[in-house]
Design a binder for this molecule. Structure first.
Ligand code: SF4
Length: 292
């Protein structure tokens, strides 16, 4: 993570302007400070142990400068794929990041709809959308979008957003809202596991182009009620319930306590875990129905 306290004020974020949470926190993970040279030396020495580097950046002029400097420093020392989770100030800055060797720019849109965005993150929806479209169109495959479930959107709204970004060609990463003490939304509950499992299952089908949202059935309050029978075998391996986002990203315990519930599995699921995750959707057909 680079940058000091953020210039934005997202209600869930420890780095937000008004947050009184510790400034080494992002979601529920602490990010201890290290001298840059120690980081670069360690990366060089242990490059083969990683699949990808992802730099989280706060928003503000110093953060942009720190990010650009770190990207250049890392690119000078290791060849691992390098992503940033950042909001570049404009499209030229986004182009410059890609030109400097960034594989994906991950946009923390977080909110599924403009209304939720305004309430939770404040102004700026249009700016995010314009930048995402710019990167997706001019640098195909290099835009990534992060969405947080449990900020007050319906399941249908969330999945519509997943489909919109997937159609643009963006990589979509799912996060479960994680209440952090000292943030504006620190008193709200995390999303129910069953709702999150439904979103994971449906997002997997959408982003792999196995099923569109039009083929899914939603209740009057926007809850996902049914998936067609042919969808279930595609979910049986449990891949849908692993951490989603750029290739190789596992971010263990980013949203979940080690004692569970495991919103995102940071590794392949066992057969029993995959079966359980399907049951946790609360809409999966029973094993007899699935066999029939
Ligand atoms: S823009 Fe990112 S780092 Fe800044 S407050 Fe929002 S979520 Fe946190």
């Amino acid at each position: 993570m680079v940058g000091e306290r953020c210039s934005r004020d997202c209600g869930f974020c420890a780095q937000a302007r008004s947050s009184s949470a510790g400034d080494t926190l992002l979601s529920r993970v602490t990010w201890p400070r290290f001298p840059k040279e120690d980081l670069l030396t360690a990366l060089e020495r242990r490059e083969s142990e990683f699949q990808r580097i992802c730099i989280q950046s706060t928003v503000g002029p110093e953060a942009t400068e720190a990010l650009t400097g770190l990207v250049a420093a890392i690119r000078g020392r290791v060849t691992l794929p390098l992503d940033t989770s950042a909001l570049p100030p404009d499209s030229a800055a986004a182009d410059a990041l890609i030109g400097a060797g960034v594989d994906h720019i991950g946009f923390g849109v977080d909110a599924a709809t403009p209304e939720v965005f305004r309430r939770v993150k404040g102004p700026g929806w249009d700016r995010y959308q314009a930048l995402i479209k710019h990167v997706a169109r001019n640098h195909p495959g290099r835009a990534a979008v992060h969405l947080i479930a449990g900020l007050g959107e319906t399941e249908q709204e969330f999945l519509r957003a997943v489909q919109n970004y997937a159609e643009l060609g963006a990589v979509v990463g799912l996060f479960a809202f994680c209440p952090v003490a000292g943030t504006r939304l620190g008193g709200l509950p995390a999303p129910s596991l069953s709702a999150y499992r439904r979103l994971q299952a449906a997002s997997y089908l959408i982003t792999r182009e196995l099923l569109g949202i039009e083929a899914m059935d939603f209740g009057p309050t926007g809850d996902l009620r049914h998936l067609p029978a042919e969808a279930w075998p595609k979910l049986a391996g449990g891949e849908a319930f692993r951490t989603s986002g750029c290739p190789g990203c596992n971010r263990p315990f980013y949203n979940e306590r080690p004692g569970g519930p495991q919103y995102n599995y940071a590794r392949p699921l066992t057969e029993a875990e995959a079966r359980l995750a399907l049951e946790e959707t609360r809409i999966a057909p029973s094993s007899e129905q699935a066999r029939a």
